[in-house]
Ligand binder design. Structure first.
Ligand SMILES: [Fe+2]
Ligand SMILES: [Fe+2]
Length: 376
């Protein structure tokens, strides 16, 4: 009986995981699928789900994918040293003929795995190409010359590039994720998973028009995407909260005695200053990095932090803005974050000059700093 071994965090398991297994089972003629959820040390579980929940979600997601499906808790039973080099031989003893299924993105770093020569010896490794990464054939050609080409199988299936962090973002925003099956979306809802920010999201929604709330969620997704794709290394929660709350005061203009610059009152930029103060007062945000990202999201300024630049850029280039030239500038930022940031700053500056509506001093500073002096 041929068995496929498939490991992952599965936080949560998504359709692409299922498709990858389904196609590998068909192509390799396997009868059994053994899913192995990773066991993470406690400090790495932020926004991840606990082990037993991921096991339960895996049971639901992979149900019926092969004639026999087993979710194996071997990693939790061992507790530590959960490297493929040690686990695969144990799984082979337990299940007989096994094939280890992985994506071409993981095989790229095979040299960095713990004892790769023992992994290659343990069993055959079936490799799916993942969109946006080297193809299975190419990676096998380079890795195979060192570890034996005969140990690897290139599968025909090409997996889509699904971002687990984007799935979690949608769930935290209270949306269904179309990357998940209906059963998994249902389980997430009925068990109250990913509801860390649910009260905040609902509170914001009560302040905002449908259009503005949609915009806020679009900015969250755009910011998370830039942070991941460009490896900006900003703290996930800070990005999420700053983006979510950046326009919290846009439709709540009463000053309420809060401390805002006098020259901003009565201008469109007021809502950034007021937004920072109201995020503190109404949403309990104390973190200065988050508050400053809200505070300068419209005007920009000289010498911004990466989080401030990220929220400024994501706000200007969020996917709900489809008027000229935003889609073009968004493409620039998707390729090169810094070029995108400068392009939107320059575009905004030129537009204000053209309209003659008055330049807020911070925007003038930003223009001098980033465009004229070309500082990093
Ligand atoms: Fe705004
Ligand atoms: Fe905005």
């Amino acid at each position: 009986m041929k068995t496929i071994i498939f490991g992952g965090a599965f936080a949560p398991p998504h359709k692409e995981h299922i498709e990858m297994c389904r196609s590998a089972i068909k192509e390799l003629g396997a009868d059994r699928l053994v899913v192995v959820p990773t066991f993470l040390p406690a400090h790495k579980t932020e926004h991840y789900l606990d082990f037993e929940t991921r096991v339960e979600l895996s049971r639901i997601a992979f149900n019926g994918v092969a004639r026999e499906v087993i979710v194996d808790k071997i990693e939790k039973d061992r507790g530590k040293d959960n490297y493929s080099a040690y686990i695969l031989p144990l799984l082979k003893e337990k299940y007989g003929e096994i094939v280890y299924l992985i994506g071409s993105d993981s095989l790229q770093y095979f040299d960095k795995w713990r004892e790769p020569q023992n992994v290659a010896k343990a069993c055959k490794i079936a490799v799916c190409t993942r969109e946006g990464y080297e193809s299975a054939e190419d990676v096998i050609n380079s890795v195979g010359s060192k570890y034996g080409k005969e140990n690897f199988i290139a599968l025909k299936y090409v997996g889509k590039d699904v971002s687990s962090s984007m799935i979690r973002t949608k769930l935290l925003l209270g949306e269904n994720a179309d990357e998940l099956t209906d059963e998994i979306n249902e389980y997430v809802k009925s068990h109250g998973l990913f509801d860390d920010y649910r009260d905040m999201v609902n509170q914001l929604k009560s302040y905002q028009s449908d259009e503005l709330f949609f915009h806020s969620k679009s900015v969250v997704k755009r910011a998370i995407d830039f942070n991941n794709k460009h490896i900006l290394l900003q703290d996930y929660d800070k990005v999420f909260l700053a983006a979510l709350l950046h326009d919290n005061a846009k439709q709540r203009k009463s000053l309420d005695g809060l401390d805002v610059p006098k020259d901003a009152v009565g201008t469109p930029v007021l809502h950034q200053f007021l937004g920072a103060e109201k995020a503190r007062r109404d949403f309990g945000i104390e973190d200065e990095d988050i508050l400053n990202a809200i505070r300068y999201h419209t005007t920009a300024k000289a010498n911004m932090t990466m989080l401030e630049k990220l929220i400024y850029t994501a706000d200007s280039l969020s996917d709900d803005r489809d008027y000229d030239p935003i889609p073009r500038l968004r493409e620039i930022a998707i390729k090169d974050f810094d070029a995108g940031f400068r392009a939107i700053l320059k575009f905004t500056y030129d537009k204000i000059v053209e309209r003659g509506t008055g330049m807020y001093p911070l925007t003038e500073d930003a223009y001098q700093y980033y465009i004229v002096e070309n500082n990093k």
